[in-house]
Design a protein around this ligand. Structure first.
Ligand SMILES: Cc1ncc(C[n+]2csc(CCOP(=O)(O)OP(=O)(O)O)c2C)c(N)n1
Ligand code: SF4
Length: 249
């Protein structure tokens, strides 16, 4: 009989996450840390951190981490990857950071086909700063700056990042996943693993978009927030693979 031993990934420090109960940032951190361990990349990884609730990512990952100004993570990651031979470089960004403040940086990094991994946490809101509308806020969704619900006539339609970036020739892999149930966590893990492989095989830009719960910003208990991801976010942002050029054996 074999024993399965669950342990804290070596790429995470002992520091306790500061995230709110039911927030999905912690699960996503763990998936990335486990994958760094599996590929034995802890000494080679450089994470470029976001603004937003995950700004303290340097406290949690036992890897190198570089700061980037608001939205600029893909540009900073580009520079680091280009000058640091053999390093594994990833950005971790929320939707305020990636799809609003840093729209130019993500679009051009994808268009250039930079050989980096982007982990994009789409919780449809600016979590850290008090729940303001993000570019990914759903039509009709109430936020601090759209108290009557997002009115597409005034505030426009949500930006679908995975669909927007997939057509660029430099993009090797894009998948949208969620982590609201164990079954989906397993699928999300395999997407993270695949993104890692694309960078390791020097195939170019890869991105995994996580639909993610922000119970605090949404004003919902954690269980309802996880359900809301499944029932509402997936209608606006369908799960699935948006680009996959193929890996070597
Ligand atoms: C009052 C205020 N406005 C703007 C900023 C800049 N800013 C820092 S984090 C952030 C939003 C980040 O949201 P997101 O990227 O979606 O990450 P989340 O917090 O939801 O994980 C903004 C606008 C700030 N720090 N304070
Ligand atoms: S405000 Fe939202 S995104 Fe930020 S830690 Fe709390 S639940 Fe997570």
């Amino acid at each position: 009989m074999s024993n399965q031993i669950l342990e804290r990934p070596k790429s995470l420090t002992q520091k306790q996450f500061h995230y709110c109960p039911g927030c999905h940032h912690g699960i996503i951190h763990r998936l990335i840390a486990e994958t760094i361990d599996e590929f034995d990349l802890r000494e080679k990884t450089i994470i470029v951190q976001p603004v937003g609730c995950a700004v303290y990512i340097y406290e949690y990952f036992d890897t190198d981490v570089s700061e980037a100004a608001h939205g600029r993570a893909p540009a900073v990651a580009t520079a680091i990857k280009r000058v640091s031979k053999g390093k594994f470089v990833l950005t971790y960004q929320g939707d305020g950071d990636l799809a609003a403040i840093g729209t130019a940086e993500i679009v051009h990094a994808a268009a250039r086909g930079e050989n980096i991994c982007v982990f994009f946490v789409n919780n449809a809101i600016y979590g850290m700063t008090g729940g303001q509308m993000a570019p990914t806020t759903l039509p009709g969704m109430k936020t601090a700056t759209t108290p009557l619900g997002r009115d597409v006539k005034k505030q426009g339609y949500p930006i679908k990042v995975s669909e927007m970036l997939a057509p660029f020739e430099g993009v090797s892999y894009i998948e949208r996943v969620m982590v609201s149930s164990p079954k989906h966590v397993i699928k999300a893990k395999s997407a993270v693993r695949k993104a890692f492989k694309y960078q390791l095989q020097e195939k170019g830009f890869s991105l995994v978009e996580f639909l993610s719960a922000c119970p605090t910003g949404w004003g919902m208990p954690p269980v309802d927030a996880a359900k809301w991801v499944e029932e509402n976010m997936t209608k606006q942002f369908p799960l699935g693979v948006y680009k996959e050029v193929g890996l070597d054996d």
